[in-house]
Each structure stands twice: as C-alpha cells, then as structure tokens.
Ligand binder design. Structure first.
Ligand SMILES: *[C@@H]1O[C@H](CO)[C@@H](O)[C@H](O)[C@H]1NC(C)=O
Ligand SMILES: *[C@@H]1O[C@H](CO)[C@@H](O)[C@H](O)[C@H]1NC(C)=O
Ligand SMILES: *[C@@H]1O[C@H](CO)[C@@H](O)[C@H](O)[C@H]1NC(C)=O
Ligand SMILES: *[C@@H]1O[C@H](CO)[C@@H](O)[C@H](O)[C@H]1NC(C)=O
Ligand SMILES: *[C@@H]1O[C@H](CO)[C@@H](O)[C@H](O)[C@H]1NC(C)=O
Ligand SMILES: *[C@@H]1O[C@H](CO)[C@@H](O)[C@H](O)[C@H]1NC(C)=O
Ligand SMILES: *[C@@H]1O[C@H](CO)[C@@H](O)[C@H](O)[C@H]1NC(C)=O
Ligand SMILES: *[C@@H]1O[C@H](CO)[C@@H](O)[C@H](O)[C@H]1NC(C)=O
Length: 461
C-alpha cells in the first residue's frame, strides 16, 4: 500500500457517522474559572491558555472581555447561561432571545463559540423547582440560537456523576429514579435530536477520597498498574477508574434507549493542595492525573473508553487557576494548572505532544495522607468497652498510653480511649489485614485526633 492509499484508508476509517465535523480530532481544553481576586486579566489569561496548548476553553458565564480576547486565536469556547436565569428563560422565549441576542450574537462568529451550556450541575443541588425548568430552558435557548443563525453552537448542560444512583459495576449504571422520567428522558431526547453531547463532570478524586483504602490510588490516577476490573455482566475490562465512571454513564443512557449519544468530559481534574486533613491533594498526584488525562484524550488516533473504543471524547481540565474565592474545603481552591501569578503549578502541555517521560521528575509526597480510626458517634457504650478490651489485647503495648499515668489517659473518657485503642490497633495490624470497623463501632478519619502530648498512631496512605 502506498502512502496515499493508506492515508485515505486511515482517513475513511476514522470517519464515523456519529462524529460531526469539528469533533474528529481529540482536543483537550481548560476550564477558566474566575473566582479569584488576584487573577490575570482576560487578555493575559488567553495568552496563558494558549501557552498551555489548550484547544478549548470553558467559561462559567459570558464575560465579554474573555469573548473579545479569544478573537483571532484558534480556541473554541464554551459559554454558560447562569443558573439563576433558568426560571426566567423556561417559559419566556422573548427572554431567551434577548439573552442570546445581547450576550452571544455580538461575538459570533468572530469568537469561536461552540457550546452554550445552560446552568452548571443543576441537578446536584437540593431538589428545587429549577430542576424541572432546565430542559424547557435548554429548548428555548436552542430555539434562540437557531433564530439568530448561530449554527455552530451546540446547546447542552453539564451534570455531575451524582445523576447516577448506581455506577457499579459499570454495566449497572442507572440514572437516579427521582430524575429519570421528568428530566433525564426529555433531556436525552433533546440532546440526541440536536446532535449535541451529554456534558459530564467526572472526578475520580472524589470517588477515591471517599474510599481511599478500597480504591487503589494509581487506578484513580490513570497510572499504568496491573489492576484491572472486569465487569461480570458486560465482560469489559477496565484499567482505570475514569473509564469505569464514564462507562457507567454510557450504560445508564443505553438503558433509556440512547446508546450512541456522545459524551463531553466537561470537567475533570485533581487538586494540587488542600487542608492538612484532605487526602491525596498534592502536586504530584495532580500532575500525574492531569498528564494522564491529556495523554488519553488527546491521543491520535483516539483511544475512547471500553464501551466506545476509538471515539473522540472532548475534554476540559478543571481548572486554569487556583481560585482563592471558591467556597468549601481547601481542595476547592487548589485545582489550578497555574498559580494566580501565571506560573505553572507543574509543567503540563495540553496538546498531548509531550510524552509523560519528557517532564522533569516531580518530588513524590512522603505520604498521600494519614488516617486514624476513631469511635463512631453514638456507639453503644457496652459494645464499645468490649471492643476496646479486644483491641488492647492485640499487638504490642497497643494501649499503654491510655493506662493511668499514660500520655493519653486524661481526659478519662471511653470515647477518647476507644479512639486511641482503635487507631493504635489499626496502625500496628493493618498490614496483617486488620480493618477499621469493629462491627461499625469505628470509623476512619483524616482529621488528627491527637491533643497536647497525646499522639494517636496513624496509618499512612
Ligand atoms: C434552586 O437551584 C438554582 C440553580 O442551582 C439556584 O440558583 C437557586 O438558588 C435554588 N433555589 C433554592 C430555593 O434553593
Ligand atoms: C419575558 O421576557 C421579556 C424580556 O425580558 C420581558 O419583557 C417580559 O416581561 C417577560 N414576560 C413575562 C410574562 O414574564
Ligand atoms: C444495581 O443498581 C441498583 C440501583 O439502580 C442497585 O439497587 C443494585 O444494588 C445494583 N447492583 C449491584 C450489583 O451493585
Ligand atoms: C437518536 O438520534 C439518532 C440519529 O439522529 C436516531 O437515529 C435515533 O433514533 C435517536 N434515538 C432516539 C431514541 O430518539
Ligand atoms: C504487577 O504485578 C507483579 C506481580 O503480581 C508485581 O511484581 C509488579 O510490581 C506489578 N507491577 C505494577 C506496575 O504494579
Ligand atoms: C507564583 O506563585 C507561586 C505560589 O504562590 C510561587 O511559588 C512562585 O514563586 C510565584 N512565581 C513568580 C514568578 O512570582
Ligand atoms: C449494647 O451492646 C450490648 C453488647 O453488645 C448489647 O447486649 C445491648 O443490647 C446493646 N444495647 C443496645 C441499646 O443496643
Ligand atoms: C510484637 O513484638 C514482637 C517481639 O518484639 C514482634 O515479633 C511482633 O512482630 C510484634 N507485633 C506487632 C504487631 O508489632
């Protein structure tokens, strides 16, 4: 086969009816959040995004300064209707038209606006009437987009993995029953009919951190490991947690009759720092995860996911900056690829052209965090005392510090002594198979219960 024949054949093979033009090439982008009081200006930020070799950018609104700054670049941009406007839009086409006319039309097509997302993770909020206004609002916005001839713009809405009530095994993926009939089914119908995407925010970090001992960290970080999981129903084999989570969503869509609706990984990432009691939030893991995500989703030819080998899944990494005004735990303010001064938290090239082995080595963290095993709230006192006796009878000098005169004797409380005994027992015997359970009397924590000169033993991750 000569070069041209093989080229043609490859080109034909890579064509697939499910891919509309513009989505055939794997491209990774970055989410540009603006919740910081110390961030570079929009024009400077766009330059930084280009230096990262991002091909897409997602913003959480329609900041006109950003939309202007991307003109003349090759960046595709995804913009967003603010959550609070959904109730106004859902039953008022005029409102939708005016919003699109004032926020979007002035920048189209000079700014390469490709996706218009209606709200952000609306279905993750506590139930409220906005849930039921979401899909009608998406239809209204799409109708405005068509009215103004903005033909390149797809309409969607990013959802989090909590729209699933089951995601394990992946073949059991099922949407939450409180959402399915009234929201998810009409949404899937709309997205399929308009050839849009299911936009989903997926964080293996949050899955891992909720079960750090059950889920292997490297599996969550997309590192090459020998760990595999074979779904007993589908027979598909998984090599990382992200594939498992995405496939759960594919199976959930399939269950409702939409096996081919395209996926858009609208957010993924890993925190580079956080509060002292937050596990696994460090630069090493963040760099490892995000580089592996780029390697996977910018690969040519595309890799896809086990249910959809070879499919292009457009991807956005969260986030451009560490944002100091994000509420919540410390990790929320540490998802950035860049510090607010524009320097890299760690080197990363979103084009996918830098092999991971070309990055300078990163310092490995001493541990990915510490865990203690403490008495569960409201435990039965009699049962707790019995569990303490058992824990203290195991290992060597397990309970010395809680004996009279010991550093952890005072205050002489059953709960505190039990927490010491459980932590000490677990720290000594975990490698021998001991667990932090005691029939539900004990729970794991990453918050250090030590006080004064009383130090509780811990397990290192
Ligand atoms: C309902 O959800 C919307 C969208 O997330 C939010 O803006 C609004 O504040 C919520 N309303 C109530 C009463 O919680
Ligand atoms: C619909 O939106 C338009 C434009 O904002 C506004 O003037 C009008 O009062 C709204 N209609 C209703 C019924 O709320
Ligand atoms: C499958 O999902 C359902 C909920 O949709 C759940 O009740 C069931 O336990 C799951 N099956 C397995 C094997 O986890
Ligand atoms: C989804 O869209 C495809 C392609 O347009 C169409 O063939 C299919 O029937 C649609 N599926 C449903 C369930 O509407
Ligand atoms: C793979 O498994 C083998 C033996 O089970 C072990 O020696 C090796 O270190 C593992 N490799 C990785 C990358 O975990
Ligand atoms: C940028 O900020 C980071 C974090 O505060 C700091 O470590 C780094 O030295 C700063 N770089 C420059 C060039 O000021
Ligand atoms: C507390 O635990 C003891 C010993 O396990 C048991 O006999 C007793 O019934 C429990 N009390 C309550 C209120 O559950
Ligand atoms: C307890 O001490 C003995 C003797 O020093 C040692 O062989 C054993 O491994 C220790 N057990 C634990 C759980 O550390």
């Amino acid at each position: 086969m000569d070069f041209f024949t093989s080229f043609l054949l490859l080109a034909l093979l890579s064509l697939s009816p499910s891919l509309s033009c513009g989505e055939m090439h794997p491209k990774v982008g970055v989410c540009y959040g603006e919740l910081g009081n110390n961030l570079p200006s929009p024009p400077e930020s766009i330059k930084l995004i280009q230096k990262l070799n991002a091909k897409r950018v997602k913003i959480y609104g329609t900041n006109p300064k950003i939309l202007k700054s991307i003109q003349g670049t090759n960046l595709q941009i995804s913009i967003m209707v603010p959550n609070q406007l959904i109730p106004d839009i859902f039953d008022n086409q005029t409102f939708a038209d005016q919003w699109v006319k004032t926020k979007v039309v002035p920048f189209y097509p000079k700014s390469n606006i490709r996706y218009l997302l209606v709200g952000n993770e609306i279905l993750s909020n506590p139930p409220n009437t906005t849930w039921f206004k979401l899909v009608p609002a998406m239809r209204k916005i799409r109708s405005s987009v068509k009215k103004f001839g903005l033909n390149k713009i797809k309409v969607g809405t990013p959802l989090a993995m909590d729209v699933l009530e089951s995601s394990f095994p992946p073949s059991n993926g099922t949407f939450r029953s409180d959402l399915t009939e009234e929201i998810i089914k009409p949404m899937l119908h709309f997205l399929n009919r308009t050839k849009s995407f299911f936009f989903v925010d997926v964080y293996t970090y949050f899955a891992w951190v909720s079960q750090p001992l059950q889920i292997n960290l490297d599996y969550a970080l997309l590192q090459p490991t020998n760990i595999t999981y074979t779904d007993p129903v589908s027979g598909l084999t998984y090599f990382n947690l992200l594939d498992q989570m995405l496939d759960a969503l594919v199976f959930a869509m399939k269950r409702l009759g939409y096996p081919n609706l395209r996926l858009f990984l609208a957010e993924t990432g890993w925190p580079n720092g956080g509060d002292p009691d937050q596990l696994g939030a460090n630069i090493y893991n963040a760099a490892t995860y995000n580089r592996n995500v780029v390697k996977k989703f910018a690969a040519k030819p595309p890799i896809g996911i086990p249910t959809r080998p070879g499919e292009v899944i457009p991807t956005m990494i969260f986030a451009l900056y560490n944002e100091n005004q994000k509420p919540g735990p410390g990790t929320e303010r540490h998802f950035g690829l860049l510090y607010p001064n524009g320097s890299h938290v760690y080197p990363i090239d979103l084009s996918g052209k830098t092999p991971n082995s070309d990055y300078p080595p990163l310092e490995k963290p001493a541990s990915n965090g510490k865990l203690w095993c403490v008495a569960a709230q409201g435990s039965n006192k009699t049962a707790l005392a019995a569990a303490v006796s058992y824990a203290c009878s195991q290992g060597n000098r397990t309970c010395d510090p809680i004996q009279p005169g010991g550093k952890c004797y005072k205050p002489n409380s059953l709960i505190k002594h039990a927490s010491y005994a459980f932590s000490s027992y677990w720290a000594q015997l975990r490698t021998a198979g001991a667990t932090c359970s005691f029939n539900g009397l004990a729970v794991m924590t990453s918050r250090d219960p030590s006080y004064g000169s009383c130090k509780y033993p811990n397990v290192n991750l």
